[in-house]
Design a protein around this ligand. Structure first.
Ligand code: PLP
Length: 423
């Protein structure tokens, strides 16, 4: 087999430099809570391909469903010749997303594409132009979603000009906003929208209920419900971007479920289909159906193989109670992270929900971000066989996203490596 070193050399000559990788080892196979590279070296997986492999890599039901579908047909385009699995995925999404109201769904290929379509639908349904987003937000890498994303490097730098009518307001970030309550932080954001944009000009308020790339920021209790209430009163479409938080990741089907927040539209991707590319917008029937026939779609959106994988993934989540698994991961991990935090003053906060957990690193005794510490701990983890990721506007947050099917033993081994990496 070709070595990682050889592959890395070939990659340098063939793959665009702009596409980066966290580690330089090349994957041979993966499953459960581990990844094995071409040298036969095993990694404990605390990344799950960025919160995608919630059911694990090559989950048995997914493999079976994909094999069966690939032999029947691979692509007819739902806009040309429709098929049952697309309809069945929409039925499932309408049933499991928050709220008992009448819903419709549409399927796409990537998270960014789902977010773009949620904005299209909200603008079309309301006839209004403006979209409100938050500090530290991440919504994708296409032109519109770069505009919606807060962080310049590496996502936006020199890629402008960006789409207009996007307005950014402060997030609730308990560690860094002086401990504003959820209600106070919401009032601050709302006042800014009303004074600077005008509620009657706002089509959509778009928010990650727990921010992903921006640093696993969990807003103060009451922040999301207050924004939800304001949006209802102002006729603004409340869009929850649950692309990273969805599909049992936070210990519920969706992060909005923790505070009983019911979004008008919800964007979905990542964990939806066990690793196959699929995304969706699910929402109120009257908003979704406002768009004229032919106004939504795309060549590959709701590809039959991806739909088969999604149905098998959702079934796996139900049958294995992966929301419960995420809660158990939280209990074990948080206890361990708190023990590390007690002895290491660089850890300013342990936060997150379910199997979406993080530690934010600072210079001891201050709130000054310490991205170098995050990079050093990450590097030590990687050297010892644990795959971790960093995130955050300041690059100083270590985040942990194990597959929800990780075994107790794999989780414990991963936490041992992490513990040792903090020194
Ligand atoms: C990953 C992500 C996206 C973009 O999804 P892609 O599939 O990479 O386009 C959008 N929003 C959130 C919250 C994400 O985590």
């Amino acid at each position: 087999m070709t070595s990682s070193e050889e592959l890395h050399k070939r990659r340098g000559a063939a793959v665009a430099r702009g596409v980066g990788s966290t580690i330089s080892s090349y994957v041979d196979h993966a499953g459960g809570g581990t990844i094995t590279d071409v040298e036969g070296r095993q990694w404990i997986d605390f990344a799950a391909g960025i919160a995608v492999a919630n059911v694990g890599n090559s989950a048995p039901r997914v493999v079976e469903a994909v094999k069966a579908q690939v032999e029947r047909f691979t692509h007819t385009c739902f806009m040309v010749a429709p098929y049952e699995s697309y309809v069945a995925v929409c039925e499932q999404l309408n049933a499991i997303t928050p709220g008992g109201h009448e819903k419709r769904s549409a399927l796409f290929n990537s998270g960014a594409e789902a977010v773009e379509n949620a904005v299209k639908i909200a603008r079309h349904a309301t006839g209004r132009p403006a979209v409100v987003v938050f500090d530290h937000a991440y919504h994708g890498r296409t032109n519109l979603t770069m505009a919606l994303t807060a962080k310049n490097m590496p996502y936006k730098h020199r890629f402008g000009p960006f789409a207009g009518e996007i307005y950014r307001v402060p997030m609730s970030y308990p560690l860094r906003d002086g401990g504003l309550s959820g209600a106070e932080a919401a009032a601050r954001a709302i006042e800014m929208v009303e004074k600077q944009v005008g509620a009657e000009n706002v089509a959509a308020l778009l928010i990650e209920p727990i921010q992903g790339e921006g640093g696993f920021v969990v807003p103060a209790a009451g922040f999301l419900p207050a924004l939800r209430q304001w949006a209802t009163a102002a006729g603004v479409v409340f869009v929850a971007d649950e692309i990273q938080t969805g599909f049992c990741r936070t210990g519920q089907w969706f992060a909005c479920d923790h505070e009983d927040v019911v979004p008008d539209l919800i964007t979905l991707a990542k964990g939806i289909a066990g690793g196959l590319p699929l995304a969706a917008v699910t929402g109120r029937a009257e908003l979704m159906d406002a768009v004229h026939v032919g106004g939504l779609g795309g060549t590959y959106g709701g590809n039959p193989i991806a739909c088969a994988a999604a149905l098998a993934s959702i079934e796996t989540m139900r049958e294995l109670d992966l929301a419960g698994a995420a809660q158990r991961i939280e209990t074990v991990m948080v206890a361990r992270l708190r023990t590390i935090a007690e002895r290491d003053p660089r850890i300013a906060e342990v936060r997150g929900r379910g199997a979406m957990l993080a530690v934010e690193l600072v210079q001891p005794g201050t709130l000054t971000p310490d991205p170098a510490a995050a990079a050093a701990v990450s590097a030590a983890c990687h050297a010892a066989g644990l795959l971790t990721l960093t995130c955050g506007t300041y690059g100083n947050v270590l985040r942990f996203l194990p597959p929800l099917v990780i075994s107790d033993d794999e989780l414990a081994r991963g936490l041992d490596i992490l513990d040792a990496a903090f020194g």
